[in-house]
Write a protein that binds this ligand. Structure first.
Ligand SMILES: Nc1nc2c(c(=O)[nH]1)N[C@H]1C(S)=C(S)[C@@H](COP(=O)(O)OP(=O)(O)OC[C@H]3O[C@@H](n4cnc5c(N)ncnc54)[C@H](O)[C@@H]3O)O[C@H]1N2
Ligand code: MOO
Length: 390
């Protein structure tokens, strides 16, 4: 059995970035910017007012001074003249500051009568002028690669970048296997359960930026697995679910080897996740996840999230870990690195009392995976331990 760290490195070595496509800005959210882009304009394009009020000369806007209002500058419609001595221009937020003005007198500090304003006592003396190019200037670069967050979307739009070069999304086929499985909404037979792993993983992979193809459930027969393989044609990655262990009906490895699977590894020192396998098959990366529902999801986090990142051209490696003190004493660990379902409570890590890899209710309640090295000795409450936030 290889270590989890070694297994992550081996899976990542099987994949690379998939290439670039251009999408309209409105479709770029959540994608990965694949190439640097440059601002097509300067923002603001002119010195603009940050407040509603009057454009004035600061030296003249002293308490008690009377100024005459000679026009108006609104956002989208500027005042075309220039400001002379003793003059003010009515101005609104976002409007261009007229020539000759160097300060905004906010309207709360001006008393207006007809075309005249009087400057009030104790006026706010901030200039309230946003300089041209104060946000960004034409040619400012957004470096790549990076995820296009909602905040970055606003910036790209403001920069007038209407078409965005993004990483092609990896297409991932999810193949549930097992005679016991039915789809959600179906009526399971007396010995059957609802296939859940593919739905959890679909959500996980889509959140990470992949496009998921839900393949039909393959029954525990070689022909069924072969037929499913045909349906996976065109995928960048095939993820099989279940059938990975040593039972008589665990056929995935045997059948896929017959179909050309070049296996990189099988079995890792990880709990849950021991029977994990990975390799290459018909131009796809193949990852075989264990069937136990929590094993599937934990392996999805630990292996598939970095793999999707790599295919998107992002920096990829083991998930970042944080550390926190333990809330309780825990006994020693066995030979596999243990990813314990845990909750963070008042900043302390509390492992769930039941760690069986079939318990989805425990996983759904967890906010962290407490990671214990192989053969870790007993630990006492208060000791700091590493965890992966979920
Ligand atoms: N003698 C041994 N038995 C087992 C070993 C072992 O080393 N020696 N390893 C155990 C470990 S650890 C795991 S993990 C499981 C993995 O088994 P498989 O990958 O072969 O998975 P299945 O046998 O097909 O299913 C296991 C379990 O998970 C349920 N399952 C499967 N697919 C789904 C799905 N899509 N949605 C929901 N639940 C699913 C399935 O019904 C079983 O209950 O093997 C241990 N055994
Ligand atoms: O390793 Mo299995 O994945 O513990 O349940």
């Amino acid at each position: 059995m290889i270590s989890t760290e070694e297994a992550i490195a081996q899976v990542l070595a099987l994949v690379g970035p998939l290439g670039v496509e251009t999408v309209p800005l409105a479709e770029a959210a959540g994608r990965v910017l694949a190439e640097p882009v440059r601002a097509q304009r300067t923002q603001p394009p002119f010195a603009s007012s940050a407040m509603d009020g009057y454009a004035v000369r600061a030296a003249e806007a002293r308490p008690g001074m009377v100024l005459s209002v000679i026009g108006e500058s609104a956002a989208g419609r500027r005042f075309t003249g220039a400001l002379g001595p003793g003059e003010a221009v009515r101005i609104f937020t976002g409007a261009p500051v007229p020539e000759g003005a160097d300060s905004i007198l906010i309207q709360e500090d001006a008393e207006r009568e007809g075309d005249r304003i009087t400057v009030r006592e104790g006026r706010d003396t901030q200039s309230y002028i946003r300089p041209a190019g104060g946000d960004f200037t034409s040619g400012t670069e957004i470096p790549a690669p990076c995820r296009i967050t909602p905040n970055l979307m606003s910036l790209l739009a403001a920069m007038n970048i209407a078409r965005v070069p993004v990483a092609r999304r990896p297409v991932i086929g999810l193949l549930p296997t097992g005679d016991e499985l039915v789809w959600p909404g179906e009526e399971p037979g007396p010995d059957q359960i609802v296939s859940s792993n593919n739905f959890g993983l679909k959500a996980l992979l889509e959140t990470q930026g992949a496009e998921v193809r839900l393949l039909p459930i393959a029954r525990d027969r070689a022909e069924a697995l072969r037929a499913a393989l045909d349906l996976a044609r065109g995928c960048d990655m095939l993820v099989t679910l279940g059938g990975a262990s040593v039972g008589d009906h665990d056929l995935v490895q045997q059948v896929l080897r017959e179909e050309g699977l070049d296996l990189a590894f099988y079995k890792i020192a990880m709990r849950p996740g021991k029977p994990l396998m990975a390799g290459r098959l018909r131009g796809m990366v193949m990852v075989g996840l264990p069937g136990n529902p929590v094993s599937s999801m934990v392996c999805g986090h630990v292996f598939l999230r970095p793999t999707v990142d790599r295919m998107l051209g992002l920096p990829a490696g083991p998930l970042p870990r944080l550390s926190a003190p333990l809330a309780v004493d825990i006994g020693s660990n066995g030979p596999r690195e243990h990813y314990m379902r845990a909750r963070l409570e008042n900043g302390r890590l509390l492992p769930a009392s039941r760690q069986d890899s079939s318990l989805l209710s425990v996983l759904a309640d967890a906010s962290a995976l407490l990671v214990r090295p192989p053969h870790d000795g007993p630990r006492t409450a208060g000791e700091r331990m590493e965890y992966i936030p979920l």
